[in-house]
Design a protein around this ligand. Structure first.
Ligand code: CTP
Ligand code: MG
Length: 231
């Protein structure tokens, strides 16, 4: 049997949320935002979960999340780093023995069992996949003066989500090359594999509800989704 680890990222500062409390700990329909992703992976077939937190937050997370909600699949709580890719790297070091790894934004509470299972079923063949949904808006490219230079075909554009799922060695090797150059453009894990692993990443269907809570208005819709989920 293949082994799967999920790395749940919660080491960000949530600067675009403009809140005193880091967004992953904000209350969403009675539970902290990060609770929902930990619950989703706990209820899924993954074997272990690595939680990546901010500096000095490990003890708090152990007490207020892992013990309180009995998330027994959580095997490690590790400290993240300054950029998202530093946090991913720390998480990877903690579960390097798993055959496959799923990287998930803790700020994306509405990941579904369907998405997780789709990713797990696809990865033995694709070796690298990302959840994404077709874009609904027309997307424009512009130059530095905000003049439109291109309108890519909408039927080829995807809005990328997490989880992003990889053969662990493929992702780890690509990260190792990237970390030597500290590529600041990196915004997701697939980019690391595309640029430094020389490998084509497969897109699998995500869900329009699998939103990332990024700016304050996302909390309004998040509250509705969470209330429905807690049902
Ligand atoms: N993340 C992380 N470590 C970082 C930066 C981000 O673990 N150094 C995590 C966040 O906690 C979040 C996910 O990566 O779950 C997606 O990042 P993003 O939405 O950008 O969150 P923040 O970086 O916290 O927010 P912002 O960019 O607005 O500061
Ligand atoms: Mg960020």
């Amino acid at each position: 049997m293949s082994s799967f680890a999920a790395i749940v990222l919660a080491a960000g500062k949530g600067s675009r949320m403009n809140s005193d409390v880091h967004k992953q700990y904000m209350n969403l329909a009675g539970k902290p935002v990060i609770y929902y992703s930990l619950k989703a992976f706990s209820d899924s077939p993954v074997d272990e979960i690595v939680l990546v937190t901010g500096v000095g937050e490990q003890e708090y997370c152990r007490r207020e999340l892992i013990e309180k909600y009995q998330f027994t699949k959580v095997t490690h709580i590790v400290e993240g780093g300054a950029e998202r890719y530093h946090s991913v790297y720390q998480g990877l070091m903690a579960c390097a023995n798993a055959e496959y790894v799923m990287i998930h934004d803790g700020a994306r509470p509405f990941v579904t069992q369907d998405i997780i299972c789709r990713a797990m079923e696809d990865v033995p063949r694709s070796r690298a996949n990302i959840a994404a949904v077709p874009v609904k808006d027309t997307i424009k490219m512009t130059d530095e003066t905000n003049c439109v230079t291109d309108t890519p075909r909408r039927d080829r554009l995807w809005s990328v989500q997490t989880p992003q799922t990889f053969e662990t060695t493929l992702l780890k090797n690509a990260y190792e090359v990237m970390m030597k150059q500290e590529d600041a453009d990196i915004t997701d894990d697939a980019m690391v594999v595309e640029r430094y692993g020389g490998y084509k990443v497969h897109v699998i269907m995500g869900d329009y509800r699998n939103i990332k809570l990024t700016t304050p208005e996302d909390l309004l819709i998040g509250e509705i989704f969470a209330t429905e989920k807690n049902g």
